[in-house]
Design a protein around this ligand. Structure first.
Ligand code: GUN
Length: 294
């Protein structure tokens, strides 16, 4: 039987609608959530991501501040800008789009953001809170994964989730999210990575398989158990002269191959991607509520 296609565009739109209603309630209480997005340089992919974040703010009623800093600016200029946003009582969320130019230290920049406004959930304080199950701000892309699964009518509790990839942005936080107690988690989690021997032995045991490695079409049908839920976090540009822009987007999963084996699967694009922005909107509202005590 063909796999169920998990439509991230539809689920993300559903979440944005919920966020919009929540923003409406906050506005009635005299509070307008505000997200500051900082873009350093002119990386085309980063510009495009920042554009979709600003558009999502417009759609949900969140105020957005887009701050552009030249690629050759000093790291101190960026830190000063963050300090200013940390002090601004009208700003509830701060996001510095990554990657940064090589002369800037991403760790130092991330740690400068007030953890209460850290809507990316990358600050060590939020990373620590997530790992011990305390309420904080959680990274957007991994937070979208259980939403995609549960809102598709599939359960997570008690399932074996196998993650491929141990990045700080996806793999590690996702491990912590999926192993927490709770309806949309409570999984048994295995995290595989580039150092894993006999990878397919693990992936074939997954009820839920999540690929977050950044290698185009790495996961093939032989690595997937019949009926498994397959979540593809990868977004890779592959040269393709048949496309007008010269490339096409593919995930970390060989989609056409794996969908014949999987029970459910996310496409690329249109799976995990749209969820990141939706979860960012949700985090911005959460930060607004936490900061304001509403
Ligand atoms: N670059 C790629 N993904 C992300 C993300 O989730 N947050 C930020 N700030 N930059 C990114």
């Amino acid at each position: 039987m063909a796999a169920k296609i998990i439509d991230g565009k539809v689920i993300a739109a559903e979440i944005r609608t919920e966020v919009k209603a929540d923003v409406g309630r906050l506005k009635q209480a005299g509070l307008t959530p505000c997200l500051a997005v900082v873009l350093v340089g002119k990386n085309p992919a980063s510009r495009s991501y920042v554009g979709s974040k600003v558009r999502a703010c417009e759609e949900t009623g969140i105020t957005s501040l887009k701050i552009e800093i030249a690629a050759n600016a000093k790291e101190q200029d960026l830190l000063d800008q963050i300090d200013k946003l940390n002090r601004d009582i009208n700003v509830h969320g701060i996001l510095v789009q990554l990657p940064l130019p090589h002369h800037m230290d991403e760790e130092r920049v991330t740690e400068r953001i007030d953890p209460a406004k850290d809507v990316d959930g990358f600050h060590p304080e939020n990373v620590g809170k997530l790992s011990i199950g305390l309420d904080g701000l959680t990274p957007c892309t991994p937070s979208g994964v259980p939403e995609l699964i549960s809102r598709s009518g599939l359960s997570l509790s008690g399932k074996h989730a196998v993650i491929i990839g141990r990045s700080n942005i996806v793999g590690k936080p996702l491990m912590n999210i999926l192993m927490q107690k709770g309806e949309k988690a409570n999984c048994t989690v295995t995290c595989c990575h580039s150092g894993t021997d006999h990878l397919a032995n693990y992936t074939r045991q997954a009820d839920i398989l999540i690929a977050a490695i950044g290698v185009p079409e790495f996961v093939t049908a032989g690595m997937v158990k019949d009926g498994a839920t397959v979540i593809d976090v990868g977004i890779n540009r592959v040269d393709d002269s048949e496309h007008s822009r010269g490339y096409r987007l593919v995930g970390d999963v060989a989609y056409h191959d794996v969908r014949d084996v999987a029970g459910a699967i996310t496409p690329v694009p249109g799976g995990v991607g749209p969820m990141t922005v939706a979860m960012l909107m949700k985090n911005t509202v959460k930060a607004t509520r936490m900061i304001s005590g509403v």
